[in-house]
Design a protein around this ligand. Sequence first.
Ligand code: BV8
Ligand code: ZN
Length: 240
Amino acid sequence: MEDAKRIAGARERIFASAKLLVLTGAGISAESGVPTFRGSGGLWKNFRAEDLATPEAFERDPALVWEWYGWRREVLGGLSPNPAHFALADMERRGRGFTLVTQNVDGLHALAGSVNILELHGNIWRTRCPGCGVVALERELDLSSLPYCGCGALLRPDIVWFGEALPEDILRGALMALDSADVMLVVGTSAVVEPAASMALRARASGAYVIEVNPEETPLTGAVDLSIRGMAGELLSRLL
Ligand code: BV8
Ligand code: ZN
């Protein structure tokens, strides 16, 4: 349990900020029951996901890649947001220059009521057509066979795979927010995946006070202004 003084200090900074930027990773969804990527029950462990979350894997074996996403949609389907997600949705409603950037593809921030969400890595509930470009929200996607678009092309998850560029407009929005933020909160990320991992350092370099919330140390821990050990569900409710 983190000592109350440090949390009080962080709380003061957050409520004094004119522009608060929050970056979340899989850890914020852990208490909802969503497996993280690199933790002990990690998604990557069972599926060699570095080999699956790539355009090459989809090219080589679309059925296997869709099977993996189908399984994750099943797992996610019955899960709900946790107090950490709700705390951020409350924070957004208070207005005052709040920006939420997430690496997560699980859609739980939106379910918790967050409205303006910059999804750096896409969203598992959307499909995208490489043929005609149409993007659709499909929570009930029938994956008993490969999903095709009306235009005839094979649909893919609307997710950013390794080696793929992040959506230009979303990345630009996130970079603008971090260049103008006076406080940045980094919650539940192992800070290994770029370009998200470097965002906290970039925000700090342009003057933001950076606070990390994570039960474990990460490569960011030594580089931020305040790193608080603990679970997002409990800490965000106390911080916000
Ligand atoms: C790009 C979608 C350039 C998939 C994801 C070498 C070879 C090849 C590539 C690279 C390379 N070196 C660098 C790269 C670039 C690569 C990269 O960073 N690789 C890493 C692995 C080294 N990045 C890319 O390829 C990106 N694109 O760079 O494009 C480009 C430019 C122009 C033109 C063309 C190309 C694309 C990156 C996006 C990859 N897609 N996901 C899918 O999900 O199916 S990344 C994947 O990891 C997830 O999206 C996830 O969001 C992300 C980061 O993981 P975390 O969110 O941090 O989760 P993790 O499990 O790791 O950690 C959980 C944390 O929570 C832990 O710290 C834990 O302690 C904490 N926690 C646990 N419980 C709690 C908690 N915290 C709080 N409360 C709790 N209760
Ligand atoms: Zn199409």
